[in-house]
Design a protein around this ligand. Sequence first.
Ligand SMILES: NC(=O)c1ccc[n+]([C@@H]2O[C@H](COP(=O)([O-])OP(=O)(O)OC[C@H]3O[C@@H](n4cnc5c(N)ncnc54)[C@H](O)[C@@H]3O)[C@@H](O)[C@H]2O)c1
Length: 429
Amino acid sequence: MEVPINLNSSTSYNNNNNNNNNNNNNNNNNNNNNNNNNNNNNNNNNNNNNNNNRRTVAGEKMDKKVLIADQINEKGIDELKDIVEVIPNFTISNEELLEAIKDFDAIIVRSRTKVTREIIEASDKLRIIARAGVGVDNVDVQAATERGIMVINAPESTSITVAEHTMGLILALSRKIAMADNSVKNGNWEKGRFMGVELNGKTLGVIGMGRIGNQVVTRSKAFGMDTLVYDPYITKKSALELGVTVVDLETLIKESDVMTIHVPLKPETKYLISKSQFEMMKENVFIVNCARGGIINEDDLYNALSNNQIRGAGLDVFENEPPKNSKLLELDNVVLTPHIAASTKEAQRDAAIIVCNEIKKVFKGTSPKNVINMPVLDPETSSLIKPYFTLIEKIGKFIIQTAKGNINEIDVTYCGALSEIPKQDILTR
Ligand SMILES: NC(=O)c1ccc[n+]([C@@H]2O[C@H](COP(=O)([O-])OP(=O)(O)OC[C@H]3O[C@@H](n4cnc5c(N)ncnc54)[C@H](O)[C@@H]3O)[C@@H](O)[C@H]2O)c1
């Protein structure tokens, strides 16, 4: 039985982060609601199954096999097991997988299983590789794309979880919770040592206003914080709607009391926060990184912390994980967690439900939303639009070289046979 989850594809060519961010928020909320509904539905289904002592859709299974190679939440498996054959094998080795993969139409992994080029090339009818989480570092996406295999993930599953962890680190820093905990456990009662600061009325600087940044802003408002945002891809209109002030990075750095990073690690964000940025900061600032190691230069952070140039840092991610020989481990004014910002039962449950629903959509012939390596098209549509890809790429390159400022919106006018294809089919990303 299909339990739909709200994973609406964008049907607009509007490349406006405003809309994206709002959609992300809505999708997150909808997903949560849907997940709750799913849970209720699952419970109801279970009850019905027990009452009738039979499977909900006996005899209606599709001729598809899904391998679950890493342990995922049961709620996800429940989504699939009545419509396809589901084979859980949470200990399968890569050598065994090399042989077994031939039989499967889809494989679901978390982090343990590495879906290498070798495995992908050994597959026969594999259509989907699903990662029940956000990153796809353990999947050779290039090899999958070359074979026309979809790689699916669940980027929205961890946004609330990571935002909550971010708030946790901010509070741990502002109230010295980790240090105080350690002191009490060592038999001390040092009330004077742990004087904190309130968040109320302070300015939070959010670098990167995507899914997680949005959730952090929502939560910071409940703490009475003002918000500054730096995100080159956010528009004034969306900032207005979200009630945040968008500034350049330098202004954010100079004016924030607390800074938090929610951008991807890429060449332009590598060492985004280094010596010269630390020199611009208020001396009482806290900085938190729950995004990726390497966005903050850790040597420069160590110097800033040990010279009391800044007040404290909360890190969930490090350039090298674990950060065994890092000098940061010696400092009192840091709170460190072992890359667990995304680790909650709810996020894992949601990731499992989201990817299983995505797989279900593919098998049922509808468009999934979270395919990271291709738009989802039927072969006929695909052959019709393929020749236009080169043209579009060239137009894109031309526009990017001639446009001034950020591109917020692109209007595309096209006609002929192409215009007869439903937009939804093409614009899945
Ligand atoms: N600690 C963890 O376990 C964990 C879990 C999930 C995600 N993450 C990290 O958090 C990051 C953010 O996740 P998300 O889901 O919010 O991603 P997202 O794609 O929704 O948002 C990223 C935002 O960063 C902005 N951005 C891109 N380049 C920028 C730049 N140079 N300067 C400023 N802003 C820039 C984008 O416009 C976008 O709004 C991810 O890239 C990931 O690395 C960490």
